[in-house]
Design a protein around this ligand. Structure first.
Ligand code: AMP
Ligand code: GLY
Length: 423
């Protein structure tokens, strides 16, 4: 069959890499892709929100299945676009329909969903410019730190965690009245601060059945010891050592099952990946957020551990037959270490030549922000390239990722050297 992967990051390279290993694939296309996906697929320069361009591509390449990587096109309704188009309606899309993608598109929607279905999460209230004063009053009832979340998509920047009440009030005002995050902060969710260690759980669903993929932990801050600005993710580890079977049982019973059942009860059509951001408070899991896609860089450790044919899994999902699939998972640990451009997550330069990839033999190298330029591979984003390794435990795997990332070079290269420090 012919498969299209939509997106251009490390997540999409890892998905395309796995899909390309399936004997069931004839043609693999990535839109728009990067220099890494070009090695395992054909890149086509079509943007992820260019639905008409994607339609033309699907028809031209006779695509039989579409896997959507990032959240943007899902929240914008790419799945519904296919269903409403006479020529596309029989092409399955992996990714929820627009109504269900609101789980990531609106924090308020996600909180209401969790309340309705008794899914453990932080206590909260939401506010708009109409009830700013009530927002101040609610903040006064809370203890610091204060957690303020822009309701809509804000490219991972819409969450503020503040120690000082006056600063929190000023930020609430800036979000609601001065559009600090544009339309995304027209509504703000204020929630109770949860103190604990974070992990992510990934679920596949066909709308009725589900399968739980390996857990992962990512490292979001730019600086060692989890300091400095937030990034898209500086590396990841799978599995998460503290997520033992008793804890996983709680996640499945209290969170995964009610989530999948809740989607069904609420008539939210969902065929795709559910990424559940969790925090372990004491011995109990609570949901911090839902994402309606795989994580990046978590995909770069979760998908390599999948031994089953990913295409068979995706086809089963699209047919509502996920119950007929058994996931085979590599028992070994996987780690990935992300190399980023100097200056990221603030201003950085692009176009720096990347060398050394060919010298890495016993790790997988996934491209994030790269492109080909006159026969050279150059940097094309903040997060550039990531090195995934296996080991009997995460420390062994990390050692290999660190040995190999040293073989990569580009001007300004930076990566965190302390992943796993908190485990
Ligand atoms: P989100 O975009 O919702 O994942 O939030 C970004 C980050 O903020 C999370 O990964 C957490 O580290 C932190 N965070 C969000 N909500 C809370 C909360 N209620 N308590 C503590 N930390 C939080
Ligand atoms: N690594 C976090 C995310 O993909 O949202």
């Amino acid at each position: 069959m012919n498969i299209l992967v939509v997106g251009s990051g490390g997540r999409e390279h890892a998905i395309a890499h796995k899909v390309s290993q399936s004997p069931n694939v004839n043609k693999l296309v990535v839109a728009p892709g990067n220099a890494g996906t070009a090695e395992v697929a054909t890149n086509v320069e079509v943007g992820v929100n260019d639905f008409d361009g994607i339609k033309a591509l699907v028809l031209k390449e006779q695509i039989n299945l579409v896997v959507v990587g990032p959240e943007d096109p899902l929240v914008n309704g790419i799945h519904d676009f296919f269903l409403n188009d006479g020529q596309l309606k029989n092409v399955p899309v992996i990714g929820p329909q627009k109504a269900a993608a609101e789980l990531e598109g609106s924090k308020e929607f996600a909180k209401e969903f969790m309340m309705r279905h008794n899914i453990p999460t932080a206590a909260y209230q939401s506010f708009t410019s109409d009830n700013l004063e009530e927002g101040y009053a609610f903040l006064e009832t809370l203890k610091p730190p204060y957690v303020l979340k822009a309701d809509g998509l804000a490219a991972g920047k819409g969450v503020l965690i503040l120690q000082d009440l006056d600063v929190a009030k000023a930020e609430l005002k800036a979000m609601l009245l001065d559009s600090k995050f544009g339309q995304a902060s027209a509504t703000v969710v204020i929630e109770e601060f949860l103190d604990g260690i974070e992990l992510s759980c990934f679920v596949l669903t066909d709308g009725s059945n589900y399968k739980i993929l390996p857990t992962a932990k990512d490292y979001k801050r730019i600086g060692e010891g989890d300091t400095g600005l937030n990034t898209g993710g500086m590396g990841a580890i799978s599995p998460v050592p503290f997520a033992d079977s008793a804890f996983m049982g709680k996640i499945e019973e209290r969170i995964v099952k009610p989530t999948v059942e809740g989607l069904k009860k609420d008539n939210l059509p969902y065929v795709g990946f559910i990424f559940i951001g969790l925090i372990k408070v004491g011995d109990n899991p609570k949901v911090i957020e839902y994402n309606v896609r795989m994580g990046d860089p978590e995909t770069e450790v979760v998908i390599p551990r999948l031994q089953s044919d990913l295409v068979n899994v995706l086809v089963a999902m699209s047919k509502g037959k996920l119950n007929e699939i058994d996931l085979e998972i590599d028992e070994r640990a996987a780690t990935t270490v992300m190399a980023v451009s100097g200056g990221y997550p603030e201003a950085y330069e692009k176009g720096k030549e990347i060398t050394g990839v060919d010298t890495i033999e016993d790790s997988l190298v996934f491209h994030a922000g790269t492109k080909e330029n006159n026969g050279k591979v150059v940097t094309n984003g903040g997060r550039v390239i990531t090195v995934t390794s296996f080991g009997d435990n995460f420390k062994e795997a990390l050692q290999k990722s660190y040995q190999n990332i040293e073989k990569l070079h580009f001007e300004g290269i930076y990566y965190r050297k302390d992943l796993g420090f908190d485990l």
